[in-house]
Design a protein around this ligand. Structure first.
Ligand code: ZN
Ligand code: ZN
Length: 353
């Protein structure tokens, strides 16, 4: 039996924290559940999952559809697309059987690369390598989630770029339906025309409510400003980490300048796993944001303390329930917090998104 290998390469950077990451997990489940209803797909489809944030890693090795179990997705800081492509190329080399004189190899693998942001690592080498050695024997479809993805860069990687307006349940639901239908159709085409297979067509994407990105869209595309600001802190009682996520909101500035001011509104505060730090790149963070630019201070998701924005002299954030002395869960020194003085904002170190 010749296999039809499918790779899901998923961006799990911190801008995906909260609902988008949960929706991504549901999307994987629903694609797998629907494909299992299809006898052709059930016979040929094999799946593998690679996740990337500051680092890229294989999280599900190639398995047949029947035994695939959707993984728990990690979360990390950074968008190492170059590393993700390198990992993908390694996996294709290892997994995909080539056709030789005495064996019929696997069908051309299909790769769905989902990302919502701009890469934080160097992608030039990986894109060149992909174009030279892999573009002709694997079909890569890049899928952007929301307006911050780097269309021009993805277009350099593959002709087939499709755009979803966001990572909402509704948008990803449409995406899951489209993937299921096109993979099922592809597995059937293979079944009928044993020996010859043409590439999966993305022409029907628009009928499914998914935008096809053409080269002309890229030239008129203006990269969107940093849309999300994220910060990490630790609970001062349990030491467990959390992530604060703010989204940029543009408001009209003074009439004299006509400029727009940006502030960051609270989107949520989420408990993190320790694995977050392993999945984050360790490049120094430059971007800083002042508390005067952010709106909304959530309570600690671990202990319920009133604020998650208390800052130690080591530069890290922790939760705090009011004035008094407490120990910093990052550096262990004692810090005294006094009643907050309004107007004196402090700067926080900002994550990579
Ligand atoms: Zn706490
Ligand atoms: Zn400290």
């Amino acid at each position: 039996m010749r296999r039809l290998p499918i790779y899901l390469v998923l961006d799990v950077s911190e801008s995906m924290a909260g609902d988008p990451l949960a929706e991504l997990g549901h999307t994987m489940e629903s694609i797998v559940d629907s494909l299992r209803q299809d006898p052709h797909a059930l016979e040929s489809v094999h799946l593998s999952v690679i996740a990337f944030a500051g680092k890229a890693q294989l999280i599900v090795p190639m398995v047949e559809l029947m035994t695939f179990y959707p993984p728990r997705l990690p979360l990390g800081g950074g968008t190492a697309l170059g590393a993700a492509l390198d990992e993908l190329m390694t996996r294709i080399e290892v997994d995909v059987k080539k056709t030789t004189a005495d064996q019929r190899g696997d069908w051309e693998p299909i790769v769905y690369l989902l990302t919502d942001g701009r890469p934080t690592d160097n992608t030039d080498h990986a894109i060149a390598r992909w174009q030279r050695h892999f573009a002709s024997r694997a079909h890569l479809i890049a899928v952007t989630l929301g307006p911050a993805a780097d269309l021009a860069l993805l277009k350099r990687l593959t002709d087939d770029v499709v755009a979803m307006e966001s990572a909402s349940a509704e948008a990803l639901g449409r995406f899951a339906k489209w993937v299921t239908a096109s993979v099922a159709a592809q597995s059937q085409a293979i079944d009928i025309a044993e020996g010859t297979s043409s590439r999966l067509s993305i022409a029907k994407a628009e009928e499914a409510g998914i935008n096809l990105i053409k080269q002309s869209d890229v030239s008129s595309w203006a990269p969107m400003d940093e849309r999300v600001a994220v910060f990490t802190g630790r609970c001062h009682r349990t030491s467990r980490p959390y992530l604060l996520k703010y989204a940029s909101v543009a408001v009209p500035g003074t009439f004299s300048t006509g400029d727009w001011d940006h502030f960051y509104g609270l989107e949520g505060c989420y408990p993190l796993e320790e694995s977050y730090f392993e999945w984050s790149s360790i490049v120094p963070l430059h971007a800083a944001l002042s508390t005067s630019q952010i709106e909304g201070v959530p309570p600690c998701p671990h202990c319920g303390a009133r604020t998650t924005l208390a800052k130690c002299s080591c530069g890290k954030l922790m939760c705090c329930n009011g004035p008094g002395v407490q120990q910093c869960p990052w550096c262990d020194q004692s810090v005294e917090f006094v009643a907050e003085s309004h107007g004196a904002g402090f700067d926080m170190t900002r994550g990579l998104g």
